[in-house]
Design a protein around this ligand. Structure first.
Ligand code: AP5
Length: 219
């Protein structure tokens, strides 16, 4: 069989396409998708203590305190025996160190690169389908039907002003995370159609597995 559980991290600036690529990766490889942004938004929506604490930081485009995020991620990882795809974590040296301390290491750290001015356009046009969780863009990835179009929502932090704050937070922290994962880092040009980006990522994952396509044919 040879298909050991995959351990994949995906990183990149706000709206670089992490969530979009994760949708495609998960469909292909059936990994547990652990997205700290999604987990935090769920906590906020549910009005939990963690959510109440996180909300303010998210509004300001700042990192939520580590203890909140690290606890969430550790729990999710322990529930993912068939491999995982970490999306948007770690975002700081402390968060990376928390995984290192647990002896949890990725086989690959994918960094999506997209110029800042493109990121802003992506953020303001992004919409989410609350029913399927799918990510859309009014221009680049429009909804398939009028019914879906009518129910799309927009994230509160998806304004030009707020994405600039998120970008600042990202640039202040990304290098310390790269320093840790450099040996397994793959930089991917994220400023291309999403299928092209995914084709590259798929090749990289296939290389990791050291075998061709059919790996998940039996699932
Ligand atoms: P999070 O939800 O992770 O937000 P983010 O990092 O800003 O990333 P996004 O979700 O905005 O973008 P994405 O890269 O997934 O892009 P997407 O695929 O949607 O985090 C939110 C907040 O939570 C943070 O600000 C922070 O406060 C907190 N938080 C999260 N993790 C944390 C952590 N570890 N520690 C502390 N705090 C944390 O694409 C964007 C748009 O572009 C879409 O409309 C999409 O359709 C379109 N698009 C995607 N790919 C393409 C393409 N190739 N071509 C054209 N359009 C494309």
């Amino acid at each position: 069989d040879g298909a050991a559980p995959l351990r994949v991290m995906i990183s990149g600036a706000p709206a670089s396409g992490k969530g979009t690529q994760c949708e495609m990766i998960v469909e292909q490889y059936n990994l547990a998708h652990i997205a700290t942004g999604d987990l935090l938004r769920a906590e906020v929506a549910a009005g939990t203590d963690a959510g109440k604490l996180a909300q303010d930081y998210m509004q300001k485009g700042q990192l939520v305190p580590n203890d909140v995020v690290v606890t969430m991620v550790k729990k999710k990882l322990s529930e993912a025996p068939n491999g995982w795809l970490l999306d948007g974590y770690p975002r700081s040296l402390t968060q990376a160190e928390a995984l290192e301390a647990l002896n949890i290491h990725p086989q690959i750290f994918i960094l999506l690169e997209v110029p800042d001015e493109i990121l802003v356009q992506r953020v303001v046009g992004r919409r989410l389908d609350p029913v399927t969780g799918k990510i859309y863009h009014l221009m680049y990835s429009p909804p398939e039907t009028p019914e879906i179009a009518a129910r799309l929502t927009q994230r509160e932090d998806d304004t030009e002003e707020k994405v600039k704050l998120r970008l600042k937070t990202h640039s202040a922290n990304v290098q310390s995370v790269i320093d840790i994962y450099k040996p397994v880092m793959k930089v991917v040009d994220g400023n291309r159609p999403k299928d092209q980006v995914f084709a590259d990522i798929k090749n990289m994952i296939m290389e990791l597995q050291g075998e061709p396509e059919k790996v998940n044919g039996c699932l």
